[in-house]
Write a protein that binds this ligand. Structure first.
Ligand code: ASP
Length: 338
């Protein structure tokens, strides 16, 4: 007799399980967990056994912190051997950050970890929660996907490639620089060619310590004085959101000088494009080359969420600055292409 599959659901909060209140939507303890347990679809033969772990403090994901990421990672690790796959129910607002962070924190992952949620709560008539949850359960139990994915509206994306691009639409996420791992229609199509290889080593958890990392977006009129105050605030890393293919003003010597000095003092500066699609190539224009000369490293086509969480993860490790710079520019979990 084949043993039935088992899926572990870590329910952290988010719109999916919220109910309306005087102050807008808020999570309600116990409610959604009961709804999942009563889900009629769970009695279908292809469905696995499902265990829900509702977190004590259900949160709107705008309140998520690196400590919460650690709690989720530890929870997955503690239950790793007893389940075939994992689902993290999460708010959509910071879902791409959490999916990116988990991809770096869960090293040598050999089982699916699928982060999902919904735009409309389960309790509302036109909810999108049902499809997102049911398909995530199927994907987590029946498919070989040894990585952190983000499932939303008929697509499973690599977690560290996804971005929230629509505040209200059901198609709320995109993966601008990498194809979807799974397309869901009347068929479920897994693109096996692009899924990460199963590792041979056991799962290892890497903690992200509260990072001294800042994301700074350039804009015309940006002053070097602003950059100076950020650099002098004790940061270890800076994600610089630049124009187009990775360009920044080349006619402001103070600005470039500050970057150069920051790099020399050990602050890691990563160039990330403001564009939704495409990546950084600092050799294309003089305005980009100046950054390269100042010691800025390339984030290639990483999302800002992946760049920030990867830099935070590496700064929390015992790697030297040189090794961090080298790893930032190498694909660790399929987060960049070059
Ligand atoms: N504010 C909610 C959250 O991120 C939004 C959602 O879940 O869609 O928790």
């Amino acid at each position: 007799m084949t043993q039935s599959k088992r899926v572990y659901i870590a329910y952290t909060g988010g719109t999916i399980g919220m109910k309306p209140s005087e102050n807008g939507f808020v999570p309600e303890a116990g409610y959604f967990t009961e709804q999942i347990k009563k889900l009629p679809e769970l009695s279908y033969p292809e469905m696995p056994e499902v265990v829900v772990h509702e977190y004590e403090n259900l949160i709107d994901s705008s309140n998520i912190t690196p400590d919460d990421w650690y709690t989720i990672s530890e929870d997955i690790k503690a239950n790793y051997n007893d389940f075939d796959g994992f689902i993290v129910l999460h708010g959509t607002d910071t879902m791409a950050y959490t999916a990116s962070a988990l991809s770096f924190m869960l090293e040598d992952l050999s089982k699916p970890v699928i982060v999902t949620g919904s735009q409309i709560p389960w309790a509302q008539m036109r909810t999108d929660a049902r499809e997102n949850l049911i398909t995530s359960i199927l994907l987590a139990s029946r498919y070989d996907i040894p990585e952190v994915g983000l499932y939303f509206h008929n697509r499973l994306y690599r977690g560290n490639r996804a971005r929230k691009t629509d505040a209200t639409g059901f198609h709320a996420f995109q993966s601008p620089n990498f194809p979807a791992l799974v397309k869901v229609g009347s068929q479920i199509e897994l693109n096996k060619e692009i899924v990460l290889q199963e590792p041979s080593k056991p799962l290892k958890i890497n903690r992200i310590i509260q990072p001294n990392v800042v994301v700074l977006s350039l804009f015309p009129g940006f002053s070097a004085k602003m950059l100076k105050s950020v650099i002098n605030s004790g940061i270890q890393g800076l994600v610089l959101m630049t124009y187009g293919i990775g360009n920044a003003p080349s006619n402001q010597p103070d600005f470039l000088d500050l970057l150069r000095k920051a790099d020399q003092s050990g602050i890691i500066i990563v160039n990330c494009t403001q564009c939704l699609k495409g990546g950084v190539d600092m050799s294309s224009y003089q305005t980009g080359r100046e950054l390269l000369n100042a010691g800025v490293i390339s984030g290639y086509d990483m999302t800002p969420e992946a760049t920030l969480t990867k830099l935070s993860y590496l700064l929390s490790s015992d790697c030297t600055i040189e090794v961090i710079k080298q790893k930032m520019q190498t694909s660790l979990r399929g987060e960049l292409s070059k």
